[in-house]
Write a protein that binds this ligand. Structure first.
Ligand SMILES: NC(=O)c1ccc[n+]([C@@H]2O[C@H](COP(=O)([O-])OP(=O)(O)OC[C@H]3O[C@@H](n4cnc5c(N)ncnc54)[C@H](O)[C@@H]3O)[C@@H](O)[C@H]2O)c1
Length: 353
């Protein structure tokens, strides 16, 4: 099988390239990336070392994809994945990459008769509706007092509403999902949409608006200032964390038995046993780094932020038995180990940002 991974040098894309290559040695994998994300260029070298071809190209431009042919599966991981993008700047880039890029991927799939796996986001659920919930504080985490509408166990399933304000990022992902459904129906393309919550692991080039675990640890490592931003500056906002290895295991299952999953949308995430608040992360970092860091408070909540997101992944579990395996503490420890082992490389990256 020949697989094209767009955004293939990003955090998710490069991790998938490596895990697919390890599992299916005979598959030919191409990573396609324009190196928009700082750090992606470092992943290029890692991929080339293990025989993965890397092509510099921009998903916004159909002609860049036209240079590639003979592909059986396209995994779309090319995006600006930040919820902050678009409010003040870069809206055009966001829409052209995240939405027009999806159209280009679909046209490519049609031309190559290739299947499509799309990395969507939990941010397709409206943030205003999540913010409207009433929360209590437990284990230094905001936990909703009641269930979300149409959902169970304080977690968000595919049944949660999708209409509403969802950030420009969420809008591009949701519009891409709709486009995939329409285009695939009209042109007979098999697709899988994985709506992921926060994904974390080594080799994520964390920054203030995306990749918060790595970002937190970088700030510990280089003694940079850290703030709890929003919701009164408490640090109780929390997310369920999906380890990149658990996501890779699922994608490998989907590649192996595509027809079992095809033309479907799944909520994918760490679930209720892997919830982490900023305050929890600080406590873990204080232990790991061996000093107590002062975290400042900024009470004003940022555009598009939510106090809580936890995935109900029962749809995918009921279909194939997939569930996250890695313990939250292990994910956090592996990231800690990675930032320490790559201190020099990370320092060079920070200087560029
Ligand atoms: N990381 C998460 O927590 C998370 C959660 C849910 C969904 N997702 C989705 O997963 C996918 C991968 O995210 P990620 O975390 O790896 O982000 P990332 O920023 O690490 O990777 C995205 C890659 O796309 C590349 N890229 C950006 N614009 C491009 C363009 N115009 N043409 C070609 N390449 C371009 C970047 O250089 C980067 O290498 C995205 O679609 C994102 O929306 C990520």
């Amino acid at each position: 099988m020949n697989i094209l991974i767009t955004g293939g040098c990003g955090f998710v894309g490069s991790s998938l390239c490596i895990s697919i290559k390890n599992k299916f040695k005979e598959y030919k994998i191409i990573a396609f990336d324009n190196f928009y994300r700082k750090g992606s260029i470092i992943n290029k070298k890692r991929l080339e070392k293990i025989g993965i071809k890397v092509i510099k190209g921009d998903i916004r431009f159909k002609k860049d994809l036209d240079k590639i042919s003979n592909i059986d599966l396209l995994i779309d991981c090319a995006a600006d994945p930040s919820v902050a993008t678009g409010k003040k700047k870069n809206l055009r880039y966001l829409v052209e990459t995240n939405l027009i890029g999806t159209l280009n991927s679909l046209e490519f799939s049609k031309k190559n008769k290739a299947k499509l796996i799309f990395l969507s986001s939990s941010r397709i659920y409206p943030f205003e509706d999540i913010n409207k919930m009433k929360f209590k504080i437990k284990n230094d985490q905001y936990i909703p007092k009641e269930n979300f509408k149409n959902c169970k166990k304080k977690a968000i399933s595919e049944k949660f509403k999708t209409k509403g304000i969802k950030t420009f990022y969420g809008f591009t992902k949701y519009s891409s999902e709709n486009l995939i459904e329409e285009y695939s129906y009209a042109n007979n393309i098999d697709y899988i949409i994985n709506r992921c919550g926060v994904i974390a692991g080594p080799w994520q080039w964390g920054k203030i608006d995306q990749g918060f675990i790595v970002y937190w640890m970088i700030c510990y490592l280089f003694k940079m200032k850290l703030n709890y931003i929003g919701y009164g500056g408490s640090g109780y906002q929390c997310r369920d964390i999906l380890d990149i290895n658990d996501l890779s295991a699922l994608i490998n299952k989907q590649i192996t038995n595509f027809s079992n999953f095809k033309n479907n949308i799944f909520n994918i995430g760490g679930g209720s046993s892997r919830i982490l608040s900023l305050k929890n992360l600080t406590d873990q970092c204080n232990k790991l780094f061996g000093f107590k860091k002062k975290i400042n408070s900024i009470s004003k909540t940022r555009y598009g932020d939510i106090p809580y997101y936890v995935t109900d992944y029962s749809k995918i579990y009921n279909l194939c038995g997939w569930k996250p395996k890695k313990k939250l503490e292990t994910t956090v420890f592996e990231i800690y180990k990675w930032v320490n082992d790559h201190k020099k490389t990370i320092k060079k990256q920070i200087e560029k940002i």
